[in-house]
Design a protein around this ligand. Structure first.
Ligand SMILES: *Cc1c(COP(=O)(O)O)cnc(C)c1O
Length: 357
């Protein structure tokens, strides 16, 4: 009897899957948690509502629960190959969660700089459990980002924020997966924008996919900021950004020009949505079985706003990126939902509570 395990079909992890298109070599030690290959889920609800054919790229199913893992595998692999002893990042939460996990995997030290009081508990728990040194500052993400760049400039540690070009390179693989799944690029690509690394990465990915002949077409790129943290829309740095969607609470995005190039180069746009709309879209997704964190709902809120304004062509194929998992930040979910009911531990009261008595 053959007791050997069945061969695992395909290649796991974005570096193995897209080796030729990433800045790694055969001598690079691959630090991976089998990230990527996330589902592209059809949304009947949003398709009915918008008149488009709407697909949701659920990046919350990456190993640490956000798309950050796609770039972190490349950044951490190259850091390990270079012999770097310490990985450093500033974070609104998900970068630190990802950096901590991949540094643990690599056996590297990890330090994260976060804005005190503005990181969701689940994300903080991830950084702590993987053994990162967590430094909190009294100040926002933009300050933390400037500080980490200042420290990295003069000391030999690897900055794994999205100013590290490896991050953007790894993140572009999500566009490859979308093109593979649909057989071509979508007509419309919609996503949240914070530090703007991810929209930069998707646009690069779509351009490469077209160059490689995987898709004849390119999507129009629509990026959505939160109204209180909308520097790109306003055309000016926002000194005190505010939004309930902490992952996009950024006033001075590092990849600002990448976002404007993606929008202008594709015939798309960068817009802003209100917190109230983000929360509504978050609840709408939950009602169809998909639990995301608030920032991840900003893109959907943007698509809904476009549809309401008649800006979504009927029958267009639209992809919305759901950037992070709702389990990271259950506070908002619990606050807005019906609360658990206490019932007596007997069939009668249970049936009564269910209106089945
Ligand atoms: C990082 C992050 C964003 C913003 O991505 P940028 O590349 O900074 O624009 C959006 N949503 C979630 C869940 C994130 O973790």
């Amino acid at each position: 009897m053959n007791r050997s395990a069945p061969a695992i079909a395909g290649k796991r992890g974005v570096i193995k899957r897209y080796f030729e298109r990433l800045p790694v070599s055969s001598s690079t030690p691959i630090v991976t948690l089998d990230e990527g290959d996330t589902p592209l889920i059809h949304s009947d609800r949003l398709s009915d509502q918008t008149g488009a054919d709407v697909w949701l790229k659920y990046e919350g199913l990456n190993p640490t629960g956000s798309f950050k893992d796609r770039g972190m595998t490349v950044a951490m692999s190259n850091a390990l190959e270079a012999g770097s002893a310490v990985a450093l990042c500033a974070s609104t939460g998900n970068t630190s969660a990802s950096a901590a996990a991949y540094a643990a995997r690599a056996g590297m030290r990890c330090a994260v700089l976060i804005p005190r009081g503005n990181v969701a508990l689940g994300k903080l728990a991830q950084a702590l459990v993987h053994g990162a040194q967590v430094l909190e500052i009294e100040g926002n993400f933009d300050r933390a980002q400037a500080l980490s760049q200042e420290v990295a400039a003069t000391h030999s540690l690897t900055l794994v924020n999205s100013v590290n070009p490896d991050r953007i390179e790894g993140q572009k693989t999500a566009a490859f997966e979308i093109v593979e799944a649909l057989g071509r690029a979508p007509d419309i690509h919609v996503m949240p924008v914070g530090n703007a690394g991810n929209i930069t990465a998707y646009w690069r990915g779509y351009l490469e996919a077209q160059g490689a002949g995987w898709s004849d077409t390119l999507p129009k790129m629509f990026g959505w900021q939160a109204m209180g943290a909308n520097p790109i829309v306003a055309g000016a740095v926002v000194d005190n950004p505010t939004t309930i969607a902490t992952a996009i609470r950024i006033g001075n995005p590092a990849s600002w020009s990448g976002a404007t190039e993606a929008a202008a180069g594709s015939g798309g746009a960068i817009g802003a949505v209100r917190d109230k709309e983000i929360l509504e879209s978050f609840r709408g997704l939950a009602a169809e079985g998909i639990f995301v964190e608030l920032a991840a709902a900003a893109g959907v809120a943007g698509l809904e706003q476009m549809a309401a304004a008649g800006q979504v062509p009927k029958g267009a194929t639209a992809v919305c990126v759901l950037t992070g998992n709702g389990l990271k930040d259950p506070e908002w979910a619990v606050a807005g939902a019906p609360q658990p009911q206490l019932v007596e531990a007997a069939p009668g009261p249970i049936l009564e509570a269910l209106d089945l008595a």
